[in-house]
Structures are given as structure tokens and as C-alpha cells.
Design a protein around this ligand. Structure first.
Ligand code: NAP
Length: 283
């Protein structure tokens, strides 16, 4: 029989994190469920008392992050998969938003993930084993009007993770990005917004904002993704010793990331004639 692996999953009280935790537990592995809302996680953990641990944590709090890592090591002795999944959505034009609010997006979506992986890495390096899984988004590759701060936080996570895998893979560890499209998790109901809507952005950011107010009617179109199916695919991809660094999930993510690749290729081709003309001319 294969030995159980240990998963630390943040944002396990809801959505993709909850469904992944449930699927991993159903496969006989150990899971630490971490988020602020404890009741849902305790209900799930009660079904798997021997292989689960619930830790209430605000990932934006340094002391609570350290406690999370310590309690995971105390209970299971190791972390095989750190899944930085906790995230918050944020919507609105760049000019409309309050600075304190968009900084919070980075605290949860980027800085907390960085801090947690930095806390997990020493023990992983000592064992020469472990995987950092950073849940990004199709928005971490391609941005939209009204989506700047959320996208920027995920772009930051992408950039960091791309460095990370180059740094840690020579030590036997692995880092992977998960890039979901829109999955019907209820994240839309928790989407943050601040400031006042400005009429000049009505046709761009404003139309996205209105669509998000109307999600109940548009959910089939706006959220094609089934989080339970995503959980299974994520588990299979991660445990299947992935050779890729990015796992794209959802037909909408494939389309949007494909369009970004085309856009990038167009700009790259257009720069061919000028890019090399800016080097020093050395004789
Ligand atoms: P969700 O249902 O809203 O779940 C978000 C989870 O993050 C919750 O468990 C929440 O728990 C946790 N969380 C938020 N702030 C936290 C904090 N300060 N400390 C600890 N936990 C915190 O969202 P989801 O759709 O499953 O999203 C999961 C991940 O996938 C996110 O990183 C998101 O950006 C990404 N993603 C989602 C979609 C989508 O369409 N659903 C698309 C692309 C990427 P508590 O509130 O209980 O703390």
C-alpha cells in the first residue's frame, strides 16, 4: 500500500479548497484544513478523524501562519503538498478603488502565500521532498478591465512561482501553478469592491461589475467550471508527478490563455525589427 501523503490546504472552508480537501481525504491521504471559518471544516474533518486536522487561521496574520505550520508538523511530521489556495476576489476600475482595500488583496493572494511557502520550505528541503502548489487563475496570465488588482496579485504569484521552481527543483522539490477559469464556488458572492463607480468606466470595468451583480442568471455562461471535477483533476495531476509547471483548468481558461499567447506572439513579432537596434554598438 502507498504511504499517505500530507496536504496543507489553505482556504479549505469553501469552494475549490474545500472540494480538494474532501477529495484528498477520500483518497486516504492526510489533510490540514486551514481557513478562518471553522464549522464547515470541522464537519468535513469529523468524517476523517484519523487523517485530518482543522486549524483556524487568517493567512494574513504572521503569528497564525507560524502556528499553522507548527501544528501541521506536530500532527503529521511533514508537509508533502502545501496548497496556497486561500484567495479573495476584487472588482472595479483601478482609479475607483481605495488603496487600503487593494493592498489587502495582495496580503492574502500574494504575501500570505509567499510567507507560508517560506515557512514550509526548510523542512521540505531537509527531506528533499515536497511540492508547493500556488493557486493562481487565468487572470494570472491575462487581465481584464475591472480586474486589475486581483489579476496583479495573481501575476505576482505567477512570477514568484516561476522563480521558485527554478530555485527549488535542483534540491528535489517541485512548484506548480494551478490556473483555473471561472468555477462556481460562490466566490462571486464574496467579491470585494471599494470606492465609487466612475461613469467614464461604465463601458469597460462597469460592464464587468454589472455582470457580477447578475451572476445568478448568468452563472452557466460566466462560471462553466465545476469545482468538484476540478478537485479530482488537481489531485490526479499533482500526484501523477507532473512534468508541467502550470495546470490550466476550464474551457474558458484555455480560451483566454490561448488568446493571451497569441497577443504576446503578435507583440513579440512586431518588436523583432526594433528590439535588437537598442543594444550598444560595440566596435
Ligand atoms: P471561495 O469559495 O471564496 O474560497 C476562498 C477560501 O479562501 C475560503 O475558504 C476562505 O475562507 C479563504 N480565505 C479568504 N481569505 C482568507 C484569509 N485571510 N485567511 C484564511 N483563509 C482565507 O473561493 P474559490 O473560488 O474556491 O477560490 C479558491 C482559489 O481559487 C482562490 O485563490 C481564487 O483566487 C482561485 N480562483 C478561483 C476561481 C473561481 O472562479 N472560483 C477562478 C480562478 C482562481 P474563510 O473566509 O473561511 O477564511
Amino acid at each position: 500500500m502507498k504511504t499517505a501523503s500530507t496536504w496543507l490546504i489553505t482556504g479549505a472552508s469553501s469552494g475549490l479548497g474545500y472540494d480538494l480537501a474532501e477529495y484528498v481525504l477520500s483518497q486516504g491521504h492526510e489533510v490540514v484544513l486551514a481557513a478562518r471559518t471553522e464549522s464547515v471544516m470541522h464537519d468535513l474533518a469529523a468524517r476523517y478523524p484519523a487523517t485530518s486536522l482543522v486549524v483556524a487561521v487568517d493567512v494574513a496574520d504572521p503569528t497564525q501562519r507560524q502556528n499553522l505550520i507548527d501544528r501541521t508538523h506536530e500532527r503529521f511530521g511533514k508537509i508533502d503538498y502545501l496548497v496556497n489556495n486561500a484567495g479573495i476576489d476584487f472588482l472595479g476600475a483601478i482609479e475607483e478603488q481605495h488603496e487600503a482595500d487593494y493592498r489587502k488583496v495582495f496580503e492574502v493572494n500574494f504575501f500570505a502565500a509567499v510567507a507560508l511557502l517560506r515557512l514550509a520550505l526548510p523542512a521540505m528541503r531537509a527531506r528533499r521532498s515536497g511540492m508547493i502548489v500556488n493557486v493562481s487563475s487565468m487572470d494570472g496570465i491575462a487581465s481584464l478591465p475591472g480586474n486589475a488588482f486581483y489579476s496583479a496579485s495573481k501575476f505576482a504569484l505567477e512570477g514568484l512561482t516561476e522563480s521558485l521552481w527554478q530555485e527549488i527543483e535542483p534540491t528535489g522539490l517541485k512548484a506548480v501553478l494551478v490556473e483555473p477559469g471561472s468555477f462556481l464556488t460562490g466566490i462571486d458572492a464574496r467579491t470585494h469592491f471599494s470606492g465609487e463607480l466612475l461613469p467614464d468606466y461604465d463601458a469597460t470595468s462597469g460592464s464587468f461589475f454589472r455582470a457580477m451583480q447578475n451572476v445568478a442568471e448568468l452563472s452557466d455562461v460566466m462560471f462553466p467550471g465545476d469545482p468538484k471535477r476540478a478537485a479530482r483533476v488537481i489531485f490526479e495531476q499533482l500526484t501523477g508527478d507532473p512534468s508541467v509547471h502550470r495546470i490550466i483548468l476550464g474551457s474558458d481558461a484555455m480560451a483566454r490563455i490561448g488568446a493571451k499567447i497569441d497577443d504576446l506572439q503578435g507583440d513579440y513579432d512586431a518588436s523583432r525589427l526594433i528590439a535588437n537596434t537598442t543594444d550598444f554598438v560595440r566596435v
